[in-house]
Design a protein around this ligand. Structure first.
Ligand code: GDP
Length: 474
């Protein structure tokens, strides 16, 4: 099987560039002719280190890990000094107050592919500047310093340290008046359906028309294992280096709720920076689709031409979220794409997502409401992408005119607040010393059937509220 590589390049400014590829020779050539992955001031000048992995996911996971490493750790990696990396990891874990597994050798070809994910220690050098110093640079329109400031701000948002969180809140509050002006587009589909190809084609098409495009991802696989289904920004090679685009991969740790929150906040930073289209991408597995639909103005589901043959695979719940379904790769088999479009349209009618029989009043309102559509396109050959954008524009106009756009945003903002209140309460509850002391015993009693679950819950809640737990049932 063909191996995958993670590599470190030494750059002209002394920093390191980390990437992954399945073809070292052509990737090195691309770097030489400046085709991929870095800005002019960071031109890579020599290959400093490379490691081999059997699986792409392992390579990507390791790459993400190395990207979060300090310079000292990268130097140790280049020197092959694994003991040094372990020592640095431990020192880092003391600073951050978290356990760092450090590297461990395993079954990989180089012995590095089972390195466990580091804890979310914060890259101190990225967040040392105060939040306020980022604000001016985010709001200015000079692309390079602005992109760096956005990246730093998002790193600050992703930090788990309490002092960083306070700075992050300060930053978001300052940016808030400048947010809300973008169109927020959610895109979901199984791995391989063509999301990154589509986003690159669409993004470049819109940049040509004067837009600025930010792409954020929510990758549920990274929240579970530190692995990544979506890969990183090298997937959209032209878009990722375009000065009118900003691409940020999924936060690589935390619960899905936590990751979704960081992405919502990152979206606000991008909006304040003047990106007028923010695309939030996710894979069609797990709950991440609901999370994305709940933070965007429009939710698009991408399907393969054979999807219609197996409608079972398309969950009703996901269909209900979709404002638009796109059948990609229509170039491969036009008939299959047509069949899939017809089958999905009729399934949507069946689910009642598109009106069949209407009363007089409904019929009069028909043109004022958006009705989910099914489109066919080829992202690879740039066919149908302008038709897609025409549908998005029509959606925007209707939603603005009938008030749904504003209503959806209001409802999302409130839901976001409540979700965070609930998460915050849960965290405080679990961290409360008396709760921590009594929870295991009460949980055992509930499992054994000797305590009523609701009474046990009330007893524990009373501990949190000093005996004054609200009278409402938990
Ligand atoms: P993702 O995992 O959903 O982001 O999918 P990618 O964008 O990485 O695409 C997976 C593969 O499908 C790549 O090899 C693409 O070149 C290919 N692909 C994407 N869109 C199209 C398309 O419209 N037609 C054809 N024939 N191939 C496509």
């Amino acid at each position: 099987m063909q191996p995958f590589f993670v590599y470190l390049l030494r750059c002209a400014d002394g920093s390191y560039y980390c990437g992954h590829t399945d073809d070292m020779a052509s990737r090195m050539q691309q770097h030489q002719v400046s085709e991929t992955g870095y800005v002019a001031t960071r031109k890579p000048i020599e290959l400093a280190w490379q490691g081999e992995f059997e699986k792409r996911e392992d390579a990507i996971a390791f790459e993400q890990q190395v990207k979060g490493w300090s310079r000292a750790k990268k130097d140790a990696l280049i020197a092959g000094d694994w003991a040094g990396i372990k020592l640095l990891a431990r020192a880092g874990s003391h600073r951050a107050g978290a356990a760092d597994a450090g590297p461990s050798t395993g079954s990989g070809r180089t012995g590095v592919n089972t390195v466990r994910a580091e804890p979310p220690t914060v890259r101190a050098e990225l967040v040392e500047a105060s939040a306020t110093s980022h604000i001016d640079r985010i709001l200015q329109a000079n692309p390079l310093p602005q992109r760096r400031a956005i990246a730093k701000a998002i790193t600050l948002l992703e930090s788990t340290r309490a002092d960083h969180r306070a700075q992050a809140d300060e930053l978001l509050t300052a940016l808030l008046p400048h947010t809300g002006n973008s169109f927020r587009l959610g895109i979901s589909g199984v791995p391989g359906v063509g999301k990154s190809t589509f986003i690159e084609t669409l993004g470049l098409h819109l940049i040509e028309q004067g837009h600025r495009v930010a792409v954020l991802t929510i990758d549920p696989s990274s929240t579970v294992s530190g692995g990544s289904i979506l890969g990183d920004k090298t997937r959209m090679e032209k878009l990722s280096v375009h000065e009118r685009a900003y691409i940020r991969p999924s936060p690589s740790s935390g619960t899905l709720g936590g990751v979704a929150e960081k992405t919502r906040e990152a979206m606000l930073v991008c909006e304040a920076a003047g990106y007028d289209l923010v695309i939030v991408e996710t894979v069609g597995v797990g709950q991440s689709e609901t999370a994305v639909a709940n933070m965007t103005d429009m939710f698009v589901l991408m399907q393969l031409p054979n999807a219609g043959d197996d409608l079972q695979a398309i969950k009703k719940g996901v269909m209900e979220l979709a404002d638009l379904v796109v059948i990609n790769k229509a170039d491969i088999d036009a008939d299959a794409a047509m069949r899939a479009a017809a089958q999905i349209s009729s399934a949507m009618r069946l689910f009642g997502l598109v009106n069949n029989a209407m009363g007089q009043a409904q019929a009069e309102n028909f043109d004022k409401q958006w009705h989910p559509q099914v489109l066919q396109l080829s992202a690879l050959h740039n066919q149908g992408v302008d038709g897609f954008w025409a549908a998005v524009t029509q959606f925007q106009k209707l939603q603005a005119a009938n008030g749904r756009h504003a209503a959806r945003r209001e409802q999302q903002a409130l839901a976001w607040m409540w979700e965070r209140i609930e998460a915050g309460l849960k965290n405080s509850f679990r961290a409360h010393p008396a709760v921590r002391a009594q929870l295991p015993e009460l949980a055992r009693a509930v499992v054994a059937g000797s305590a009523v679950p609701s009474a046990a819950a009330r007893q524990l809640l009373n501990l949190l509220f000093d005996g004054k737990a609200p009278a409402v049932s938990p």
